[in-house]
Design a protein around this ligand. Structure first.
Ligand SMILES: *Cc1c(COP(=O)(O)O)cnc(C)c1O
Length: 365
């Protein structure tokens, strides 16, 4: 049996009529930027996240950047980010001119360790950008507590966690603002690039919207040297077709994850940890770890099972971030994860594929 790492086909088949209908609607209307579809999606996604505002933009990186920029963060400032995340979290910070300061995750949850934030705070620190990595919320109560003590703003990088719950509350509304990505492979994906910012803060919301649209508060009137990063009508229409299925999609991923967690019995593999009483993760990625990673990946490949690594090179070891001068070995937990992590197939509509993957893992010795 061939098991892809990810495929969009099962959901696209179910939503074929809706997605084609979305295209037809926009095309008939012949209006492509800043229109009704975008406005409606923003309302619908804000309601879904339980926040006052949603502002669409071009992608997840821009969403995070706009939040920081609208918060006045820039040159000379520092922003705490987890050392183990997709590089976009840090890029959003450095693009403002501020410095990303990396704090280690928990080896158990792979998410930012709130106990290690304080030692990295300086008089330049302005904010914490928490990431809900792999679709499991970060411990926001603990993070916000440290941040409030030091008068820092707290933002969520929710690019991997649409719909996830932390103590019964949806991500996107757990701190001052959140950035989402609708890259096709995310739990809620467009048919191209897209993203958004969610927040309850009226002032921040207004500034993000102006910045995203050439710094313009009304047509041809510019109060900032802004950007052009907007959610276009086609992507908004596709997202509106998919949003009503997000809970079902996430529930399906959770059921696959439960099968993996219950079925995989191999002492050479470390399975992800979840505190199901406090967290409802959405399994953007199902991450296991093993000290014999290359062997495992080769073995699974032979069985036609595709895997991935998130992420093979730790951020501070990337050529792009040599300027930070963080020595190899100085963020050992992050490096341990990046040296041992393997991501298993995970997508909406997995059926007998799940059992096949479990069997293959249990047969591996
Ligand atoms: C995907 C992702 C982003 C960036 O989103 P894009 O839409 O690709 O720009 C940011 N942070 C994390 C954690 C992501 O996984």
């Amino acid at each position: 049996m061939k098991v892809p790492f990810v495929t969009f086909k099962p959901l696209e088949k179910e939503l074929d009529t809706e997605l084609r209908g979305a295209f037809e609607r926009v095309y008939e209307n012949s209006w492509y930027i800043e229109g009704e579809e975008g406005k409606k999606f923003e309302e619908e996604f804000a309601a879904y996240c339980g926040v006052k505002h949603c502002i669409g933009c071009g992608n997840g990186l821009d969403a995070l950047f706009l939040i920081l920029k609208a918060s006045g963060i820039g040159e000379g400032d520092e922003v705490i980010v987890p050392s183990d995340t997709f590089i976009a979290t840090a890029l959003a910070v450095s693009r403002t001119g501020a410095k990303p300061v990396m704090v280690e995750p928990h080896l158990l949850t792979y998410n930012l360790n709130a106990d290690k934030i304080e030692e990295k705070i300086t008089e330049r620190t302005k904010a914490v950008m928490a990431v809900h990595l792999y679709g499991q919320p970060a411990d926001m109560d603990a993070i916000c507590e440290v941040a409030r003590l030091h008068h820092l703003r707290v933002f969520e990088d929710a690019a991997q966690a649409h719909g996830a719950l932390y103590k019964g509350k949806r991500v996107g509304g757990l701190a001052d603002a959140a950035g989402f990505s609708f890259y096709p492979g995310k739990n809620l994906g467009a048919l191209g690039d897209a993203g958004c910012v969610t927040t309850d803060d009226d002032e921040l919301a207004a500034k993000v919207r102006v910045l995203s649209n050439y710094g313009s508060d009304y047509k041809y009137h510019h109060i900032y040297q802004g950007y052009n990063t907007r959610l276009d009508e086609l992507q908004a229409a596709f997202l509106r077709a998919k949003l009503p299925t997000l809970d079902k999609v996430n529930e399906d991923r959770r059921s696959t994850a439960r099968k993996y967690l219950e079925g995989i019995r191999n002492p050479k593999l470390i399975l992800p940890y979840v505190d199901w009483d406090l967290y409802t993760p959405v399994w953007h990625i199902f991450a296991i770890r093993t000290s014999e990673r290359d062997e495992l990946i080769a073995y699974l490949k032979e069985k036609d099972i595709q895997t991935n690594i998130h992420y093979p090179i730790a951020m501070h070891n990337q050529q792009a971030y040599q300027e930070l001068g963080i020595a190899k070995g100085s963020l050992p937990i992050c490096e341990e994860i990046s040296d041992t992590e393997v991501s298993l197939p995970m997508y909406y509509g997995m059926q007998e594929e799940t059992d096949y993957v479990i069997q293959a893992l249990n047969d591996w010795c």
